[in-house]
Design a protein. Structure first.
Length: 295
């Protein structure tokens, strides 16, 4: 856009404004997108300005134009990544909300692609087996869209409540054998507790613990180690277990991102090795995640 657009102006720039207003649900009356800045178009601009805390002068200057552009970006319209000045818009807010629901905390839902959002994108990418470059491009957005049924319509400010009941957990654990592979002392501490929890929930569950995968082709294999370990070099999805938040969304994302996925790496907090409470909490979060996937 070159120069402010005001009452009585005509042309392609006005049409662009009208198309964006229509996309946002504003009524432009019977004339619609006619390239004339009068009547319903002028009223719609003022209404948009009011809703976005802008001066209600009916003039589309730099500030109003920037707000219009931000409001009409949809997730996938452009690459989202960390840069200065920060990228911002409704697409960034949608990305943040989806990641929050899935358990990848972005901080506040401010629509600004800052450092916390980039870190959440990196963790999600590792979680679903994508290169963890922090760039929300075609593959990352595609992985999120395949999980739309999990995050759409949920409270975007917090992880989804996906915990399963004891009965559902027991049914899920009967369905597939579970092979737990520990990669270090921290992983062993959590693995043993996880096995105990699984058998307590369902005595008939088939659970093995070892330092190498068992013959469980038809079941699930979980490689567990401390957060200080590098992600698996075998191309497995990497679930970074949060220390103090539910993780069901992360498990669902990891397993649903790759059809037929039956093997993941799980990085647990390092304090799990010498803190019984932390180790037990990690085991509970993993079991909840596994049951959410199997249910």
């Amino acid at each position: 856009m070159v120069g402010p657009i005001a009452r009585g102006d005509r042309g392609p720039a006005v049409q662009d404004i009208q198309q964006r207003l229509l996309a946002l649900g504003f009524d432009l009356g019977p004339t619609g997108v006619d390239g004339v800045f009068l009547g319903e178009t002028l009223a719609a601009v003022r209404s948009f300005q009011q809703g976005h805390g802008l001066s209600e002068d009916g003039v589309v200057g730099d500030e109003t134009w920037a707000a219009l552009v931000d409001a009409t970006f949809r997730l996938g319209d452009r690459l989202l990544y960390l840069k200065i000045p920060y990228l911002h818009g409704v697409d960034v807010r949608t990305l943040q909300g989806a990641l929050n629901v899935l358990g990848f905390a972005c901080g506040g839902l401010d629509g600004i692609f800052g450092a916390f959002t980039e870190q959440a994108v990196r963790e999600f990418q590792a979680n679903v087996g994508l290169p963890a470059d922090g760039i929300a491009g075609t593959d990352t957005v595609g992985a999120l869209e395949r999980l739309r049924h999990v995050w759409h319509g949920k409270d975007p400010s917090s992880p989804a409540a996906l915990a399963v009941t004891t009965a559902r957990a027991a049914e899920a654990l009967r369905r597939l054998p579970l092979s737990i592979v520990y990669m270090d002392a921290c992983g062993l501490e959590v693995a043993e507790r996880l096995a105990n929890l699984a058998l307590a929930a369902e005595p008939a569950a088939s659970v093995t613990v070892g330092d190498a995968p068992g013959d469980r082709v038809s079941g699930l294999t979980l490689h567990i180690g401390s957060a200080s370990l590098a992600p698996s070099g075998r191309g497995l999805p990497v679930i970074i277990l949060p220390a103090d938040a539910p993780a069901e969304g992360r498990f669902i994302a990891a397993f649903q991102a790759s059809p037929g996925c039956r093997e993941v790496a799980i990085r647990v907090p390092a304090e799990s090795v010498d803190d019984e409470h932390a180790a037990q909490a990690s085991a509970v979060r993993i079991l909840d995640g596994v049951c959410a996937v199997l249910s």
